[in-house]
Write a protein that binds this ligand. Sequence first.
Ligand code: SAH
Length: 407
Amino acid sequence: MYKVIIKEGKDRTIRRHHPWVFSGAIDRIEPKYTEAGWAETYSSTGLFIAYGWYDEKSHIILRLISWKKKDNPSDELVKKLVREAVERRRAFFSLPDTTAFRLIHGDADYLPGVAADVYGKEIRVIVSSRFAEHFLPVIASELDRLLHPSVIEAVTDKQFAGLEGMSERIRHFRKGEETKEDESRDNVRFIENGIWYEAAPGKGQKSGFYCDQRDNRAIIEGYAKGRTVLDLFSYTGGFTLHALRGGALSVDAVDSSESALRHLLYQVHLNEDKEVLPENSREKVNIYPSDAFQWLRDSQDGKYEMMILDPPKLAKTKSSLENAMKAYKDLNRVAMMKIKNGGIIATFSCSGAMSRDDFRLMLGWAASDANAEIQILRTLSAGEDHPVRISFPESEYLKGFVIRVIK
Ligand code: SAH
């Protein structure tokens, strides 16, 4: 095992259990680095801080995993962390109306770059670190032993592939063993809050699902009755489906991905067939494959009484925060200008680099430029299967508010 010594004065956040160590904080490593491996981390005065995974090819050179000296860093420790993450979600396995949820939430569950979601009988793993890639067979075999999924599919997160120097791959595991699969598998069906969804295998616009918005989808349903709704950045329609069930007059769904929008319509049909949505739901939905920012600017003033703004991560890193704040502000300002007086906006940011305070501040600027008053009706976050680890503020990535716009 490597021994890593942190520079004097650079160990404050990691002593408080923040998991990231960048190369600038490291004084030295013993013995000389040859390949990725476990490391014990010490302060400049020789005090033990934590165990971590040291990999010079990763953009986070040392990822801390356990602050307990008695732990023994090994495959067994990784399995134990998987078991504990699954155990913490025990209640989710017996929910009556939801069969999709997050099992492992990266550093918030002490497994850096490892996200795993349950979709019915399948498990999808999203690999966004070299650590996750290295331990994938260990993680998959433990998940299989605990939960017996029909298949575990692991996909490299393309946002991180470049940063981490990983090739984009899809790997499959059955009964704990890696298998070679073609991609002809059927779509997997699952329910969330009683609504049916389907996800396609592999990568692509119809394969993923954002289960972090589950609670928020249920909340917006309660505001939809009798309203003309705009679902901006709709993806495959999580919010649209809830707005329809909530009694929306109509829903316009806008996304740059045409295939996601087609899948949205398919899911409206699916839920009509299952009698989850009323029969005429399909007629209430219009899809617009367009750039959402431009589309909103061109939309009719005062048409919408409710809007959902769920853009992709606009601030990828701390350094891009300032520009991203402008983009968020622009989006929210135009939405506030366009919405009917008294209308409701559910607005989100999934940028880990942007704090909730930043987000609120931005909303204030947007309101002032739009010449509107806003009332915060609800404060929103990811569901409890996506816990926020307080020593790791970046894990509070999903933030939202339901606001009322008064002009
Ligand atoms: N609200 C969705 C998730 C949205 S994810 C749900 O509940 O499932 C963000 C979406 O924004 C993706 O579908 C992506 O295709 C879309 N997107 C990204 N940039 C866009 C742009 N400039 N205009 C429109 N859509 C965009």
